[in-house]
Design a protein around this ligand. Structure first.
Ligand code: GLC
Length: 735
């Protein structure tokens, strides 16, 4: 990640060495205190109390007459009874990474603020935005009575058709790790525990309970696991949620290599591993191989960490010491994250400052919107007659489905503004946030704005012909437990866009999608914006970008292919028939060459590359300098706003070494705001692991020359230089 200094002076952000050492010593002392505190608590526990901590309940009444414990917060994700005698509170667990979710059987769901999707926040390339978003949703979780927030989705976008890409942070491990980890940091600043999930390689939803993600250990460590490692280092989540899938044939929640070797030993992780809801398949293997807490019992075939755990301890299959370790990890995180000293105080939802929170989610959405095409400066809109078409732009903006579903103020109780759209069953309902881009555009523009819903193609074409400019909205609903069967826009939206754009070449397309989509109509559209799922203030955000009140500054966190034929797997593996079926997905095809690395390695030109994003102004990147500092690459460059209006640029630094999985890797970036004519110097220090290859827990940084590339996207190099580095072997943390 980069920092910047004003060109005029050396306003360095780094504090003095002395201050750093003091900070380090304080942190060490605090960690030792937390360890000691956890040890002392466990020592006071009875065995029954320890067993109580490792077994969680689902917190929503469900079919098969399951009734949760009385103390749960209704229609939420989970609940773990506390130990009042020791002042250990109940653990009230809420979903998820975009805000406080309500589980769908609730008649009157909790209405809360939703951030834009995780991939949208990643598209801001701005950790300050991620921090503010995490702080906001963590505040709403706390004031709703929750002290555990099941957030921090860090799975890599290996599979563009994955139904849950909207919850994650894109295809690059460094960008994903920093952005997901910073969100976690924001959430935990509210003295609640955040998780990172779904650990690991849970990169598609089809057959998610049965699939085996097959990959070499070193390739896993350089990609999906590196994203989690950086997220954990950045956000220090109190818990890691192991995932449904198998990794190389063994379920993630009983995978000794994944949990004990990599997470707890190599990375030194001191928090606790909770299962996903229904991801536990045993008692003894799961406990011995690293699982610390069974979550959401109701979903598992058996209460593996209930009485069976007690028996296993009594029989000596699971040692008292291991049970102590499970309990210690849990209370250690509760202590470290402030849950014990600053306990939540029940439902204080009335105290939530929704107005301030609306500004937070809107700022995120505004910086997440990516301007992909803008022929002849059609945007920002200057027309007098604007025809808005499709995408239910008259009612609101789309959100993703599943356990992360946040219900918005202003919608009907069940969130169903559009009763006939989307499935009733999970991951439905399809929820639209009542922030209408049409209404917002009319309010922010002096033009005459009309609307056609796009269902009647002829009417849409007539509307297009009768306007100066057309703005077509296109949506792609995605959700948990399902993947998209194609990257084409669903329904006949591709045909609608083509017809409208042919009728009026001044056509702007606004996409509300869960991730990458193909665009067969791209040649006909004059302008394209990717707005993702823009959250509960998304309509405002889109309108302000369209009218130019906001200069778009989003950059793609994932490659948009021309077609699925360009992907490592042109067809998705598995079938939706039987979610439990054992399907082997061979991630060895691409190995570490995920996303743009695959396209580079194969010499394939995507539709829009990773890191790509236009602006209403122009930027000049120059003055690349790089040198070896402390055994890694330190690069600086100058970013100048060479256009006529203020904007934010994302200067990207890629690095390239011999024998890697692909020609280059993202080494760092810096996002800077610049007035017209203003210049700033940006600096990036590359994490040495990004210059190395994984060799078990170690990282091997080969001696030699490394290319350093200054770029505005993965396909737009501006300047290159070379740095010589001495060879060395790094520990797991890259030291
Ligand atoms: C779900 C999801 C997970 C969620 C949990 C609780 O199935 O996989 O992300 O936090 O169960 O709802």
């Amino acid at each position: 990640m980069g920092r910047y200094r004003d060109a005029s002076g050396m306003k360095t952000i780094f504090s003095g060495l002395a201050a750093s050492l003091t900070l380090l010593m304080a942190a060490t002392t605090q960690a030792q205190d937390t360890d000691a505190r956890a040890d002392a608590l466990v020592k006071q526990m009875t065995q029954a109390e320890k067993l109580q901590l490792v077994f969680g309940f689902y917190a929503t009444p469900s079919k098969k007459d399951y009734m949760p414990p009385a103390e749960v917060i209704s229609h939420s994700a989970g609940f773990v009874p506390g130990i009042a005698r020791l002042n250990i509170p109940n653990q009230w667990q809420t979903d998820a990474g975009l805000g406080v979710a309500s589980h769908r059987t609730m008649e009157q769901p909790r209405l809360r603020t939703a951030l834009p999707s995780g991939i949208a926040t990643a598209a801001t390339w701005n950790p300050e935005i991620a921090l503010a978003g995490g702080q906001m949703i963590g505040n709403e979780a706390r004031l709703s009575g929750f002290n555990v927030m099941l957030s921090g989705g860090a799975n890599l976008l290996r599979e563009p058709r994955n139904g849950r890409n909207f919850e994650y942070a894109g295809e690059d491990p460094y960008l994903a790790g920093i952005m997901a980890g910073t969100t976690i940091k924001g959430i935990q600043s509210n003295h609640i525990v955040a998780t990172t999930k779904h650990f690991a390689l849970n990169d598609q939803e089809t057959n998610r309970h049965g699939i085996s993600a097959d990959i070499t250990e070193n390739d896993a460590r350089q990609t999906d696991l590196l994203a989690f490692q950086i997220a954990i280092e950045t956000g220090q989540p109190g818990s890691v949620m192991c995932s449904y899938n198998r990794v190389n044939g063994t379920y993630a929640c009983e995978n000794d290599w994944l949990l004990n070797t990599v997470l707890k030993s190599d990375w030194g992780y001191k928090g606790y591993v909770m299962s996903d809801w229904g991801a536990v398949h045993s008692t003894i293997p799961a406990a011995l191989n690293g699982l610390d807490q069974e979550s959401g019992y109701f979903f598992d075939a058996s209460p593996y960490f209930g009485d069976a755990m007690k028996e296993a301890v009594a029989d000596g299959h699971i040692s008292e010491a291991r049970l102590d370790d499970m309990a210690r990890r849990i209370v250690r995180s509760l202590a470290a994250d402030g849950v014990l000293d600053d306990p939540v105080k029940g439902d204080r939802g009335a105290e939530i400052d929704y107005k301030a929170h609306a500004n937070v989610t809107q700022a995120d959405a505004e910086q997440a919107i990516v301007l992909l095409k803008n022929t002849a400066g059609l945007l920002p809109l200057k027309a007098k007659r604007i025809a808005v078409i499709g995408g239910h732009a008259d009612v609101g903006v789309l959100s993703g489905g599943g356990s992360s579903q946040v219900y918005p103020y202003g919608a009907p109780a069940n969130g169903r503004i559009l009763p006939n759209e989307g499935p009733n069953d999970f991951p439905g309902p399809m929820v639209w946030y009542p922030s209408s881009p049409l209404k917002a555009l009319a309010a922010h523009s002096r033009a005459r704005v009309t609307y056609a819903d796009g269902k009647d193609l002829k009417a849409a074409v007539r509307a297009a012909r009768g306007a100066d400019v057309v703005v077509v909205f296109a949506t792609q609903w995605t959700g948990e437990q399902i993947d998209v069967t194609s990257l084409n826009l669903p329904g006949d939206q591709d045909a609608l866009i083509t017809a409208v754009a042919r009728a009026n070449p001044k056509t702007v397309v606004v996409l509300e999608t869960g991730g990458p989509v193909v665009m067969p109509w791209i040649g006909h559209a004059a302008a394209v914006l990717e707005a993702w799922y823009p959250g509960t203030s998304g309509g405002e955000a889109i309108a302000r970008v369209l009218t130019g009140e906001v200069n778009p500054s989003g950059h793609l966190p994932a490659t948009f292919p021309v077609s699925e034929a360009q992907l490592p797997r042109p067809k998705l593996d598995g079938s939706a028939e039987d979610q439990q079926a054992r399907v082997d997905v061979d991630y060895r095809i691409e190995g570490s060459a995920v996303g743009y690395k695959w396209f580079d390695k194969k010499g394939i030109k995507p539709l829009f590359p990773f890191g790509y994003g236009l602006s209403y102004t122009t930027f000049k990147l120059s003055g690349l300098k790089a040198q070896a500092v402390d055994g890694t690459v330190h690069a600086t460059a100058t970013v100048t706003n060479s256009g006529a209006r203020a904007g934010m640029a994302v200067a990207q630094i890629y690095v390239s070494g011999d024998g890697w999985e692909a020609p280059k890797r993202l080494g760092g970036w810096a996002k800077v705001a610049l007035k017209p004519g203003e210049s700033k110097t940006v600096e990036v220090t590359v994490d040495p692991r990004l210059l190395s290859t994984a060799d078990g827990k170690a990282w091997v940084l080969k001696g030699g020359d490394y290319k350093v590339i200054l770029a505005s996207s993965a396909a737009d190099p501006i300047a290159t230089t070379t740095v010589h580095l001495d060879g060395r072997t790094l520990d797991a943390a890259g030291h």
